[in-house]
Design a protein around this ligand. Structure first.
Ligand code: CA
Length: 511
């Protein structure tokens, strides 16, 4: 009798508990998602999720770099709380701590992670995992390798297609099970070096001209030393590989032929042209942005394939589908590429979410939310309680866009210096209107009024008239650091790390 009752309660429970498909891409700027802004490109499949649910217009990460952002997604904790501060100098992620997948698995969910992982340790809390393993877990766009409990597997094809094949295979495998599932479907796309998929190579249009951001040729001389000293300008730091002047990595002979049919002619024209320094930046920007957009398109199509699978198998009635990115990206603003900064373009993320019956189609929210909130939200939706407190909070109260009290200060902390691109460590606070940033190794401050300056262009720190708001923000920033228990000292970094990174950066330019 007791057995029968518990069986009934488990079945009843699972019927109500939602499946979760969490789609995370890599370096996808909000400006390149048409649900947010359709002036650059179209992402019809990601937009389907927004159309069917909610679009968060002010979603941010707490540390705009790949591995740390993923560690935060898994733990609901800022970097200092989960121990993964940096891609370059962190220990492998400690999967033994409290994580979203472990809690869901213990709570009766079937769990899987497929695609990008980038945390250097084996995934914990997943019944099934197949993660990209070559190129230091960064993976290659073509013919990537995957590791799993069964070892390393070589594949042939384009990464977004293969990740999707594997995700659908797993969903098919568990399709007869009564248990709810959690699928972490992680794309490598559109991370540097932005290789378009085969269809986009076939459709490559060398003559197409994409509008430039107003600040592509910005002079950075009057800005903070932190900004002047960064190594991320398209002019100086973009490699031949980035702009397709050299062949994409890891191609088969057939893929190589397709590659050359897209780029060879344009490359010849570039080599023969006499260009001014300015014209060369503009040429590189075109190659960069078009490659970036093409890789997003290749991924968006595969996301559509997964959504079609869910729809055709009647899974969308009881499945939360989320699309987000591990952080944003500079698409030529300030003349830059890459991420890391607390600037809007890099710390802001696309975040759309559908859940039939729980979120009205076409909803949007301007509440300040952060990636520390993902785990608490999904646990709340699954009816599972975390055993240890998390830094984030559940977003469920926001889902129906009914007016609720949601005033919030966001904490940001970037640690990875020394690191690629030479961005100084900084922490700061982002509130309703203002952002205050402290580059603590340099003792430099920035203050931005996002209402009048949404692109972080005009540093108001120290200017007359801003004394009171600066004092107020300083107080709240310290309050946040106390609330989250941020240590006064950063973890130590080996002395040779800085010189090694500099050497690698120069070598990369030669490849
Ligand atoms: Ca990333």
């Amino acid at each position: 009798m007791a057995l029968a009752l518990s069986w009934i309660s488990i079945c009843g429970w699972s019927a109500e508990r939602p499946n979760i498909v969490f789609i995370m891409s890599d370096d996808h700027a909000t400006r390149a998602v048409s649900a947010y802004d359709d002036s650059l490109m179209s992402t019809p499949n990601i937009d389907r999720i927004a159309d069917n649910g909610i679009r968060f217009d002010r979603a941010y990460v707490g540390n705009a770099i790949c591995g740390p952002s993923r560690a935060t997604m898994l733990t609901g904790m800022h970097s200092h709380g989960n121990g993964f501060h940096s891609n370059e100098w962190s220990e492998p992620f400690d999967g033994g701590q409290q994580t979203l997948p472990t809690l869901l698995q213990k709570g009766g969910y079937q769990t899987a992670v497929i695609g990008k992982w980038h945390l250097y340790s084996d995934p914990v809390g997943f019944d099934h995992w197949q993660v990209i393993s070559n190129a230091f877990e960064q993976g290659t766009y073509y013919n990537p390798e995957f590791r799993s409990p069964n070892g390393v597997e070589a594949t042939t094809g384009y990464v977004a297609d293969i990740v999707t094949d594997k995700a659908i295979n797993w969903l098919e495998k568990i399709s007869t099970s009564e248990q709810p599932f959690f699928l972490l479907y992680n794309h490598k796309t559109p991370h540097r070096d932005w290789l378009p998929g085969p269809q986009e190579l076939r459709e490559w249009d060398e003559r197409a001209q994409i509008p430039e951001p107003n600040t592509l040729l910005r002079n950075l001389d009057d800005l903070t030393n932190a900004r002047q000293d960064a190594r991320m300008t398209i002019a100086e730091w973009m490699t031949d590989n980035d702009v397709k002047l050299s062949e994409g990595r890891n191609l088969t002979p057939e893929q190589s032929e397709l590659w050359n049919s897209a780029f060879a002619e344009g490359n010849d024209a570039f080599e023969q042209a006499e260009m001014s320094a300015e014209a060369e930046i503009q040429w590189k920007y075109q190659r960069y942005i078009k490659s970036y957009m093409a890789s997003v398109k290749s991924m968006d199509r595969q996301i559509g394939r997964l959504l079609d699978y869910l729809s055709q198998n009647d899974l969308l009635d009881n499945t939360i589908v989320i699309y987000t990115s591990d952080q944003g990206f500079f698409l030529g603003e300030n003349g830059w590429f890459d991420k890391r900064w607390m600037d809007e373009v890099s710390s802001r993320i696309p975040l759309v979410m559908q859940w039939k019956g729980h979120i009205s189609p076409g909803t949007s929210s301007s509440a300040l939310v952060q990636n520390i909130d993902f785990a608490p939200t999904l646990l709340a939706a699954a009816g599972i309680t975390a055993t240890q407190p998390m830094h984030g909070v559940s977003l469920l109260p926001l889902l129906n866009a009914e007016p609720i009290e949601w005033k919030r200060d966001l904490y940001y902390h970037f640690y990875e210096d020394p690191g690629f691109h030479g961005v100084a460590r900084h922490y700061g606070i982002r509130e309703e209107r203002y952002k205050l940033v402290y580059y603590y190794q340099l003792d430099e401050w920035e203050l931005f009024d996002l209402k009048t300056d949404p692109d972080d262009l005009n540093n108001l720190y120290g200017q007359p008239g801003y004394e009171a708001i600066t004092r107020e923000l300083l107080r709240r920033l310290e309050q946040l650091r106390t609330q989250y228990g941020v240590p006064r000292e950063d973890p130590p970094v080996p002395w040779y790390h800085g010189p090694l990174i500099r050497l690698l950066e120069h070598l990369l330019k030669l490849l």
